[in-house]
Design a protein around this ligand. Structure first.
Ligand code: UT7
Length: 351
């Protein structure tokens, strides 16, 4: 059986935090953030991660023309779980009412969605699942310390989801390649959460050696696209769209130059959402479909790099349907504070 994406959805929180908002409380400027990263604004969630994930998942299930009970496995890729125990996926399972689904999280940093996709691919190839819901969902705003300007300006909240189904049609996931190098662990890590920090004064914070991560991301993501195309038997110029992880527009542009593609062949929405880690690719996929950028039969490459280090890429040949079978409204209410107010309130935890 082939494994193909039949449904997609996203939840992007309503509250917008602009670079100018951030510059009122962080020693930074719109000019610095835009020129160094391409980010103009990001979203700050007023709801918990599992609610964001559920909202995206509900849309993906409807877009596939399924009911929650049809799903047999839910995988949530996240490094910002609601709790350590149980998995965020278990909250999503009950919130969706997906009564026939197994549920588990996976943490591969910003590569989490590609790792989850490879699990769905494997479950379907093994015949143990036929309808897998995978969700990349992150509430990274809770990790941000406004006193750390090198990381506070880069990340945001959001969720994206896809349904992967078994099919005998000649379409879907063509290749998968994953890798890791744990010797890069200290280059991108979070302090304050995890058993190592029990009884310590360590504060919740993302700690990143930006230049080191940047350098590795450019090489691994460029290699990933080239390998995906080679393994699929495609020439690079046959790729219709690359959806790369959104960490920095300069990384995305370096990948584009590496494969000699024009700008319209590389999806970018980082200006709107910043880096939402495991959520960037499924949010991007859902937006690209809605915008009509993905046509029936399109040759896609998804590629990511993240904490670990981890990396992964997948070549996908899209099927005939580029419209959702049906749509659902998701309503989690309006935030009662602005994005900036939410961030300032959270900052009190650090001071
Ligand atoms: O999702 C996967 C993981 N993440 C990534 O892939 C991110 C990879 N890294 C990056 O995107 C980039 O390295 C950054 C955007 C994080 C930084 O860009 P950079 O061009 O590598 O800048 P830098 O770290 O070399 O910093 C340059 C300067 C420093 O000042 P000095 O020492 O040159 O005077 C920083 O203190 O910019 C300063 N700086 C800032 N200035 C204003 C750092 N953060 C800020 C800030 N506003 N927010």
């Amino acid at each position: 059986m082939n494994a193909t994406i039949t449904g997609w959805g996203r939840y992007t929180p309503q509250a917008v935090l602009t670079n100018d908002d951030l510059a009122t409380v962080v020693d930074t400027s719109d000019e610095w953030i835009t020129s160094r990263s391409g980010i103009k604004e990001r979203r700050i969630s007023h709801i918990v991660n599992s609610d964001m994930a559920t909202a995206a998942g509900r849309q993906a299930i409807a877009a596939a023309g399924l009911e929650p009970d049809d799903i047999d496995y839910i995988i949530v890729a996240t490094c910002t779980p609601d709790r350590q125990i149980p998995s965020t996926a278990c909250y999503v399972q009950t919130k969706l009412g997906a009564n026939n689904a197994a549920a588990a999280d996976i943490n591969a940093g910003c590569t989490g969605f590609i790792y989850a996709l490879s699990m769905a691919h494997g479950l379907i190839a093994a015949g143990t699942s036929s309808k897998v819901l995978i969700i990349g969902s992150e509430r990274l705003s809770t990790y941000l310390n406004l006193a750390e300007r090198s990381t506070a300006v880069l990340f945001g909240d959001g969720a994206g989801a896809v349904v992967v189904e078994a099919t005998d049609r000649d379409e879907g996931i063509r290749t998968m390649s994953l890798g890791s190098d744990g010797s890069g662990a200290e280059s991108l890590t979070a302090t304050g959460l995890g058993t190592n920090f029990i009884g310590t004064e360590a504060r919740l914070a993302i700690v990143m050696d930006g230049a080191e991560v940047f350098k590795n991301a450019v090489v691994r993501m460029g290699d990933g696209v080239v390998k995906a195309a080679e393994d699929a038997g495609w020439d690079l110029d046959e790729i219709d769209l690359v959806i790369p992880h959104q960490a920095n527009i300069r990384i995305i542009d370096a990948v584009r130059r590496r494969i000699g593609a024009s700008e319209d062949k590389i999806f970018a929405n980082i200006h709107k959402y910043g880096n939402t880690s495991a959520a960037t690719i499924p949010i991007g996929l859902s937006e690209a479909l809605e915008e009509g950028t993905i046509k029936p039969g399109a040759k896609l490459v998804l590629v990511a790099f993240g904490a670990g280090f981890t990396w992964g890429a997948s070549a996908i040949e899209w099927g005939d349907r580029v419209d959702p079978v049906s749509k659902v409204e998701v309503d989690y209410g309006e935030p009662d504070r602005t994005a900036l107010e939410m961030m300032i309130d959270r900052q009190r935890a650090f001071t």
